[in-house]
Design a protein around this ligand. Structure first.
Ligand SMILES: Nc1nc2c(c(=O)[nH]1)N[C@H]1C(S)=C(S)[C@@H](COP(=O)(O)OP(=O)(O)OC[C@H]3O[C@@H](n4cnc5c(N)ncnc54)[C@H](O)[C@@H]3O)O[C@H]1N2
Ligand code: MOO
Length: 411
């Protein structure tokens, strides 16, 4: 590299830096309201209410081992053989004892009667003719019991608003009897591809055509984030492009476009967007891949993320900008950035912020290492399957040394 260049990178005036682009995107947060959904359908959505315990958790003194329940007083009195008074299953009404030499044969999950305070596992007993004899000497009062209210008390918050609904939260909702959850309404999203060279998955491409894939990649990534999206393909025709986008601007909150935004003769998208009064907030970011990225907002509030068509560029911009915006707009707390150690030397000369594709691995010391898998540019989608993240290499540097630590965007 030319070491005489100043460290502050110079970028062309018509370009936005990655940092500025992120700020502009994150300044466009929108509240789409809330909706009640059946709890099983809430996976991946963002909670819009606190989830409260409807009763103590656990709701009774819960036995945690199959065996017998006794009063600890018996142990203090030196008793080590017990008459089995009854057998109690989980869900049964609790059975108590009147004398300390009695016990209840009891199962995991059963509710303990107030006259009992200690549970001894079958493994520590010998049972014969309705008599249970201890085979161990050390017994602690209160052992093998999960006490009422130990985890949460009635009215306590078990999950807070602005948390993403995970399988654990589905489990909590079921436990506290919330069959419906109030969640943040996600934006209505349409994913649009364009280009006459693109045919659908089930069509046979001519020798010079390819199958469209970006729209499916985007849709799949959104599904992973709990967001449903519609798909639309527009041919390379300026009138149809304008008409279709105009309709989408009325029917969707967010339009994710892929392709048709650089300098080609058939790249009609930026012009159509401007004609439709979508205000351009930036076009071109000093980054690779994804330099021609276009972002704007219609007066009605609809946002347009127009990603460059090359598959890796679309994929990177989706993760670096759109998903970041989505989390923020749904009120999720911002995630702490993830950093990894570059495991070999890498150089990149252009004055652009480079998003290097990497394979991530933890060492046996718990350190996250990133191995560059560069591929063949932003058209090389095959390479995406071999990598886990983009490593964001700062624009101010051209030489990235083994052992350097940089931010990664996992996908
Ligand atoms: N003169 C210039 N040419 C290009 C520039 C530039 O700055 N000056 N930038 C290059 C960069 S960087 C990129 S990235 C691409 C982006 O161009 P577009 O957004 O206009 O995308 P297209 O030309 O429509 O397509 C690019 C490439 O991707 C394929 N593609 C498009 N959509 C899909 C899809 N849904 N599924 C799969 N593949 C798709 C398309 O067939 C092309 O091969 O422009 C460079 N050119
Ligand atoms: O943005 Mo392009 O992705 O550099 O190929």
């Amino acid at each position: 590299m030319n070491r005489w260049l100043p460290l502050v990178a110079k970028i062309p005036e018509d370009m936005t830096t990655v940092e500025q682009a992120e700020k502009i995107v994150l300044a466009q947060l929108t509240d789409y309201g809330t909706e009640a959904v059946p709890f099983e359908q809430a996976l991946g959505q963002v909670l819009a209410e606190d989830l409260l315990a409807d009763r103590d958790l656990p709701p009774f003194n819960r036995v945690t081992m199959d065996g017998i329940a006794i009063s600890f007083k018996a142990i203090e009195e030196g008793i080590n053989t017990f008459h089995i008074k009854a057998t109690q299953a989980a869900g049964d009404e609790p059975v108590g004892i009147e004398d300390n030499d009695l016990c209840i044969e009891i199962m995991t999950g059963a509710a303990l009667h107030p006259s009992l305070d200690t549970v001894i596992r079958y493994e520590d007993l010998e049972i014969r003719n309705s008599l249970a004899a201890l085979t161990i000497h050390t017994i602690k009062k209160g052992q093998n019991i999960h006490f009422k209210g130990k985890d949460k008390q009635a009215g306590n918050v078990v999950a807070t608003a602005s948390q993403k609904v995970t399988p654990a939260i589905i489990s909590l909702a079921a436990s506290v009897g919330k069959s419906e959850l109030l969640v943040r309404k996600p934006p209505r999203v349409v994913v649009i591809s364009s280009g006459d060279e693109l045919v659908d998955v089930n069509d046979t491409p001519t020798t010079y055509q390819i199958r469209r894939s970006n729209n499916y990649t985007i849709k799949a990534a959104l599904t992973n984030h709990g967001l449903h999206a519609e798909i639309l393909h527009i041919p390379d025709n300026p009138e149809i492009t304008r008409e279709q986008i105009a309709t989408c601007l009325q029917n969707y909150d967010v339009i994710l476009l892929s392709g048709g935004i650089s300098m080609g003769k058939f790249d009609y998208i930026p012009k159509a967007l401007e004609e439709l009064q979508v205000n351009k907030l930036f076009h071109k970011v000093a980054q690779r891949p994804g330099k021609p990225f276009w972002f704007g907002r219609h007066d009605n509030g609809a946002l347009v993320f127009a990603f460059p068509g090359n598959p890796v560029a679309t994929f990177m911009c989706l993760h670096r900008y759109f998903l970041l915006w989505l989390d923020a707009t749904l009120g999720l707390p911002s995630k702490a950035p993830v950093y990894a150690v570059l495991d070999r030397y890498f150089d990149f000369q252009p004055q652009l912020q480079y998003f290097l594709q990497v394979k991530l691995n933890f060492t046996n010391q718990g350190q996250l290492m990133a191995t560059p898998i560069e591929g063949n540019g932003s058209g090389d989608f095959a390479n995406l399957a071999d990598t886990d993240a983009f490593m964001e290499l700062p624009m101010e540097t051209n030489d990235f040394k083994r052992g350097d630590v940089y931010k990664v965007w996992t996908f």
